[in-house]
Each structure stands twice: as structure tokens, then as C-alpha cells.
Design a protein around this ligand. Structure first.
Ligand SMILES: NC(=O)c1ccc[n+]([C@@H]2O[C@H](COP(=O)([O-])OP(=O)(O)OC[C@H]3O[C@@H](n4cnc5c(N)ncnc54)[C@H](OP(=O)(O)O)[C@@H]3O)[C@@H](O)[C@H]2O)c1
Length: 326
């Protein structure tokens, strides 16, 4: 397993993170616990959750955080694991933005109780609210530190123009507030429109340039394009959601190259797809979302493969084929 560290954060974050959106809903508790066991046994440390995962109403506990909390407690794994959670998601009922100190305290209080943690390793603002200045978000971080022990903060679904505003504010304040970002990124190109959700951010040329220039750690969600590459390689039919979000002429060509490279490496397609993220030329974590232990095992089969930039370019465009297959 490959790891990275965040600025002034002593935890080792495994570069493959376990995503837990469906813990307690479509993934029942027993299976979720088994996935957490297997993930930790394979050297995985980064668990990506959010208050809103499995939360039925604003203010109620989220099932994902509760299950993770029970697992951390019964296995005494607080020191070993890097707990990543998110809060201040827009209201589940009104869909209104909830950016305020009072709501942040309410969400963090809930997450601390449900995770049973003394300290959170990384907490993300789950969504941006572009009607609010960046300063308003970052001053919340300054204020919250006297209430809750959170080691690092991040922003999820913020685009490069807003990330630039963060950099400007941090320069003025002479202090880094944001240690990581989380957006949708896989080898399959997609867009918020294809996800039918304009509040998310998908990787594109502007974002890619930003991360390459700034070297700010990136956590990539839907890093396996919902299983598109694995299912393509295995000849398994794709469901409507995957087809809408990820099937295009260009992505099919990419899937053919993944299949070919995985045959050369003698590894599953998932290992190539995840390594495409974890071998990026900036610090990066690939968040996986297995729906069963078989998928978890498949995605964790070869976590140490590091692709060269030539191999990554070949996967993207087909260029350099003669250097990849010698
Ligand atoms: N910050 C945010 O706003 C945000 C948004 C979304 C997700 N996330 C985080 O990212 C995590 C992962 O996202 P995701 O679930 O979209 O990731 P993903 O791994 O790209 O997609 C998960 C789906 O892919 C299929 N799959 C997974 N592993 C497979 C394998 N080895 N072989 C074949 N198919 C496989 C499964 O589909 P089937 O069940 O159909 O087989 C599974 O439900 C979430 O759990 C959450 O923690 C964050």
C-alpha cells in the first residue's frame, strides 16, 4: 500500500481510501464491518465518510459514521486509521446552504459522537456555496478550533477558481487553512451535467492544471468510474447510471487500453485504473466504493503498482504505445 501525509498531520493516509456512502443502507452492517476488517488487514488506513451518508433527516446520525464508529471502537483502531469525514452538506429537506458556525458545531458534534473519536484527522466542507466569499468558510476553521480537535481541513467539490481564492486568502493570512481537496476523478472523463448535479466538480483540464501547479493533495471520488473499466474488461453489462456518466467513444478507447495494460501487468483492470490516480504528478488518493467484499478484494489486489507518466499518457490518448509495450 502507498501512503501520503498531509501538512502538519502525523497520520499516514493510504493512497487507496475506503468509501462508505452506502454503509448501513445498501451495504448492511455485517458486510461493512467485514470490509473494514479486510481493508485494514491490507494496509488501508484512510476511511472516507460523511455525516450525510445514511442520514435520514438533518440533525439525525448518519448510518455510515455510526457503523465506522462501532468498528473503530470495538477494534481500538483510532490510532491506526485516518478518519476523513465531511459536513455542512446543504439541508436534506430544503436543499439550502447551511454555512454558519452554529451549523458547523452541530455537524461536528454529531460526527464526534457517532465516530466516537477524540480527534478527527481530516474534515471537509462537503459542498461549496459560491454565493459566499471564501473568507467566510476559512474564518469558520479559525473559530471552530477552540471547540473541536480536527487536525486538517479540506474542501470538497470546489473548482479551480475558488481554490485560487483560497490561495489568495491564505497568502494574506500567512497561514494554510486547507490541506486537501476532494472532487470526482477517474480515467473516464465525465462532467457535472452527465451526473445531473451541478454542485459537484469533475476533473477537467483546468482542474488538472491547478493540482499540477499547486501540489495540493487531492482525494478522488468515483475513482473507478462506478466499475466501468472492470466491467468492460470482464464483459459485464453496464447499468444505466454508469452508461450515462461514463460511456463515450473516448472512454471506451481508454477502457480498451486499460484492459491491454492490465494483461501486461497481469493484474485486474481496477489496479491500473487506481494506479492512474495514485501515480499522478501531485499527491493523490483514490477513494473506492466497493459494493461487496469481492469488489474490495479486486480493487486492493495490486495497490503498489506505480505507472510511469508514459503509461498514464498512453492510457489517456494512446500516445507512446511503442514505449509501453516493448
Ligand atoms: N465528496 C463527495 O461529494 C463524494 C461524492 C461521491 C462519492 N464520494 C466518496 O467516494 C466513495 C467512492 O465513490 P463511488 O462509490 O462512486 O466509487 P467507485 O468505486 O467509482 O464506484 C463504486 C461502484 O463501482 C462498482 N465497483 C466498485 N469496485 C468494483 C470492482 N472492483 N469491480 C467491478 N465493479 C466495481 C460497484 O458497482 P455495482 O454495485 O453496480 O457493481 C460500486 O457500487 C464514496 O463511497 C464516498 O466515500 C464522495
Amino acid at each position: 500500500m502507498k501512503y501520503l501525509t498531509l501538512k502538519e498531520n502525523g497520520k499516514q493516509f493510504s493512497k487507496i481510501a475506503l468509501g462508505t456512502t452506502y454503509f448501513g443502507t445498501t451495504i448492511e452492517e455485517k458486510s461493512a464491518m467485514r470490509m473494514l476488517d479486510e481493508f485494514a488487514d491490507s494496509g488501508g488506513t484512510t476511511i472516507d465518510t460523511a455525516l450525510v451518508y445514511g442520514q435520514e433527516e438533518d440533525g439525525l446520525p448518519g448510518r455510515s459514521e455510526m457503523i465506522i464508529g462501532r468498528w473503530l471502537k470495538s477494534n481500538n483502531m483510532y490510532k491506526e486509521m485516518a478518519i476523513v469525514t465531511k459536513g455542512l452538506h446543504p439541508s436534506l429537506t430544503t436543499h439550502q446552504s447551511r454555512i454558519s458556525l452554529e451549523q458547523m458545531k452541530r455537524d461536528l458534534d454529531r460526527s464526534f459522537i457517532d465516530l466516537g473519536a477524540d480527534n478527527l484527522d481530516l474534515w471537509f466542507f462537503h459542498r461549496d456555496d459560491r454565493s459566499k466569499p471564501v473568507k467566510e468558510f476559512l474564518s469558520l476553521i479559525d473559530q471552530i478550533s477552540s471547540y473541536f480537535p480536527v487536525t486538517s481541513f479540506g474542501v470538497s467539490n470546489w473548482d479551480s477558481s475558488r481554490l485560487n481564492e483560497i490561495c489568495e486568502y491564505e497568502t494574506q493570512q500567512n497561514r494554510v487553512h486547507i490541506d486537501a481537496s476532494e472532487i470526482q476523478w477517474s480515467l473516464a472523463e465525465s462532467s457535472p451535467a452527465l451526473h445531473e448535479d451541478e454542485s459537484i466538480v469533475c476533473m477537467d483540464d483546468d482542474q488538472l492544471q491547478w493540482y499540477s501547479e499547486h501540489q495540493r493533495p487531492l482525494f478522488a471520488y468515483s475513482s473507478q468510474a462506478k466499475g466501468f473499466f472492470s466491467k468492460f474488461a470482464e464483459g459485464i453489462a453496464l447499468n444505466a447510471k454508469v452508461t450515462k456518466r461514463f460511456v463515450s467513444e473516448n472512454n471506451i478507447k481508454r477502457a480498451e487500453r486499460v484492459k491491454r495494460l492490465s494483461e501486461t501487468y497481469q493484474c485486474p483492470a481496477s489496479s491500473i485504473v487506481l494506479s492512474y490516480i495514485t501515480s499522478a504528478p501531485f499527491p493523490s488518493v483514490a477513494i473506492i466504493g466497493p459494493s461487496c467484499t469481492h469488489q474490495l478484494e479486486d480493487s486492493l489486489k495490486d495497490p503498489d503498482i506505480t505507472l510511469t507518466q508514459t503509461e498514464r499518457t498512453y492510457l489517456e490518448s494512446g500516445e507512446g504505445e511503442e514505449h509501453v509495450f516493448v
